[in-house]
Design a protein around this ligand. Structure first.
Ligand code: SAH
Length: 196
């Protein structure tokens, strides 16, 4: 569990935008994640009409899936290309508007109103802007955050949670000396200390 070799690694926002431009998006899956289906009951906990947050959302197809089940989905993603591809690939009409509290940020919302994607850095968000959430689907998010930003990310995520919320987190386990990431290896002990 020596993450020494990944600790200093930084992927800039510019590099993420380039990945989208070049189509280097091996992380994107056309099929919904099997773990979301498997643990859906844990996420929902018998509740309906939840507000569900997708940090670092990309164009995750699960957003459409949960919205179709009657939940309201909010995502955040730095790449405007990713956000636009999400709506166009699902044939969803949307409108776009500036976010007054965040300079340069835009919010893209499905015309039906149940999917809102913020195009900005997640670190620009706060509960006063996006509200709080009943559920979180964190796949390719904590593991994509630069190791030096994990504490900040986790604190922000905790501040966005309602009292009775569920947080599904997907991580990857491998020898961090063999791959530079992302996805980064986040040891279970670190997850415990980040989220308590
Ligand atoms: N969760 C998605 C995408 C994972 S890849 C999925 O499951 O497919 C990580 C995504 O985070 C990329 O699309 C990248 O553009 C975005 N990203 C990276 N840093 C970000 C930041 N600080 N704020 C918002 N999005 C970010």
């Amino acid at each position: 569990s020596d993450i020494g070799s990944q600790k200093e690694r930084v992927v800039t926002e510019e590099e993420w935008l380039q990945k989208w431009e070049m189509g280097n998006i091996g992380f994107h899956k056309e099929q919904g994640h099997p773990f979301l289906q498997k643990y859906l009951d844990v996420l929902l906990n018998g509740r309906s009409g939840l507000r569900i947050f997708f940090p670092l959302c990309g164009k995750a197809v699960e957003m459409k899936w949960l919205a179709d089940m009657g939940h309201s989905v909010v995502g955040v993603e730095v790449s405007e290309q990713a956000v636009k591809e999400f709506f166009s690939e699902h044939n969803l009409p949307y409108c776009e508007e500036p976010v007054p509290e965040i300079s340069g940020a835009k919010m893209f919302q499905s015309t039906s109103g149940n999917i809102s994607l913020y195009c900005c850095s997640i670190y620009d968000l706060s509960s006063s802007i996006v509200g709080k959430f009943d559920g979180v689907w964190d796949r390719g998010a904590l593991v994509a955050v630069n190791p030096c930003d994990r504490q900040r990310y986790a604190s922000l995520m905790i501040s966005l949670l309602e009292k009775n919320s569920s947080y599904l987190l997907v991580t990857v386990s491998y020898d961090p000396n063999k791959h530079k990431g992302p996805p980064f290896y986040v040891p279970e002990s670190e997850i415990k200390s980040l989220f308590g």
